[in-house]
Design a protein around this ligand. Structure first.
Ligand SMILES: [Zn+2]
Length: 453
């Protein structure tokens, strides 16, 4: 029986009585069916495991990029060694599919870039190989470096419990529960160095993927996801913010101004997909889509992927407390400053991690996003969409919404065809096409490129 939850009562009643033949399109049309394998993985995500991981990370005193020479028990490379060891342990349950590597280079001194001296930057990457021959790849990322008040202080404590021990614990935990799950797409679990100086670790890795022609179809970046109480003292442990950019690099804003599409970048379709999927599972968390790349005065590693033309989104807790970020640990006028473990809510962190894993596993199980074109040759009131067949897809769905709606509101089954003509005007509606496999996994929506020839 379809869900009548979101319908007006008289409409629901009419439907139940069989008086209406056509389901009115509502927001729940995009809700995907739950995959039993994914549902079984989510409860394995453990708040206690993530607390233990974050305690270890904080225990290195500082993870400043400039603490790289501090020794085996303190500093960023001590934390790096710990992460490598954790991923190697996790890889043992992957049947040889997970490999652990460092992405390392020397960043030359550049005071304009907040790099006062030459420094070795080194990110930890655990790659779980899928069986899809295309090598289609998704990334779940965090940064494991931390900072205090001074951006280049490698000596004094910078606990970084929330920024970003929280998400680093989430990436390790996601790798732990997914390592034994067979996936089609390849998943890279990435913990970046030198986010705090300007996204250096992620920029190097994203450039490396681009140069190697890896088909990166999405990065789920997590940064500051562990506190459910913000600076207003109100607890909000049922929401997570999802940021996404409007236009990818290379877009012609003048053309977008004429034909639309300003709200349908691949990153934004990925954000919609993450929300649809995460909201559907019984996690107790709702995604709030924020249609901008990041918060004011702040950035994150997803932007390194965006810069290479890869879809990427950022998860972040609902309300931040800036006394706990980028601060020396101290008490001033009775106020405690510093990014300390005591402010984290590990049950909330576990929910955000489950939300990520639901989306990530579904992405890696689903067919790839269709590459769709829209025929704009004819002056008529129909819409014709076409797309090449997607491997493993058994059918396709055409999504639709009005130009002023933020999320898809209607879906039409296109069957196994790779073209569809709809009796809805391309002038008045936005469309997307998603691929569906035999088990019901749905890809993110492919937004059509208009073609006139
Ligand atoms: Zn951060």
């Amino acid at each position: 029986m379809p869900s009548y939850r979101l319908l007006h009562r008289p409409v629901a009643l009419a439907l139940m009585l069989g008086l209406l033949a056509v389901l009115p399109a509502r927001a729940d049309v995009a809700a995907p069916p739950l995959d039993p394998a994914v549902a079984a993985v989510l409860p394995r995500i453990s708040a206690a495991q993530m607390r233990a991981t974050d305690e270890r990370l904080v225990g290195f005193g500082t993870r400043s990029t400039f603490s790289e020479r501090a020794g085996p028990k303190r500093g960023v490379f001590a934390a790096r060694a710990y992460l490598v060891e954790r991923f190697r342990q996790i890889a043992r349950s992957s049947g040889g599919r997970m490999t652990v590597a460092l992405d390392t280079y020397t960043q030359p001194a550049d005071p304009k870039k907040r790099i006062p001296r030459d420094v070795v930057i080194s990110s930890v990457i655990a790659t779980l190989r899928g069986d899809d021959p295309s090598g289609r790849t998704y990334v779940m990322s965090s940064h494991y470096d931390s900072r205090n008040t001074n951006n280049d202080d490698g000596d004094h404590d910078a606990p970084g419990a929330d920024d970003n021990g929280s998400a680093t614990s989430a990436v390790v935990e996601a790798a732990r529960v997914l390592a034994s799950v067979p996936l089609h797409a390849t998943v890279a679990f990435a913990c970046f160095d030198s986010e705090e100086q300007g996204l250096f670790g992620s920029a190097h890795y994203a450039q490396t993927l681009k140069a190697a022609h890896v088909d990166v179809e999405g990065d789920l970046n997590n940064d500051i996801i562990g506190a459910s109480i913000g600076d207003d003292g109100v607890k909000r442990d049922d929401v997570v913010r999802i940021f996404s950019e409007a236009l990818p690099p290379g877009t012609d804003p003048a053309r977008v101004n004429v034909i639309g599409g300003e709200n349908d970048s691949p990153s934004r379709e990925l954000a919609r997909f993450a929300k649809e999927t995460g909201d559907a599972y019984p996690i107790g968390l709702r995604g709030v889509l924020i249609f901008r790349a990041d918060r004011f005065l702040r950035g994150g590693d997803h932007e390194s992927f965006n810069a290479q033309g890869f879809p990427a989104i950022r998860f972040v807790e609902p309300v931040e407390n800036f006394n706990h970020q980028h601060q020396d640990v101290r008490v001033e006028n009775g106020v405690q400053y510093g990014d300390l473990l005591q402010y984290l809510d590990f049950d909330y962190l576990a929910k955000v991690t489950r939300y990520n894993v639901a989306a990530l596993a579904t992405l890696a199980l689903a067919p790839a996003t269709p590459k769709v074109t829209m025929d704009t040759k004819a002056l008529d009131n129909n819409t014709t969409l076409s797309w090449p067949p997607v491997p493993r897809a058994v059918r396709y769905e055409v999504l639709r919404r009005s130009t002023s709606d933020p999320v898809w509101t209607a879906v039409d089954d296109a069957g196994a065809a790779t073209t569809a003509t709809l009796k809805f005007s391309k002038d008045n509606w936005l469309f997307g096409v998603r691929a569906v496999d035999a088990e019901g996994h749905r890809s993110p929506a492919g937004y059509p490129t208009p073609v006139r020839s």
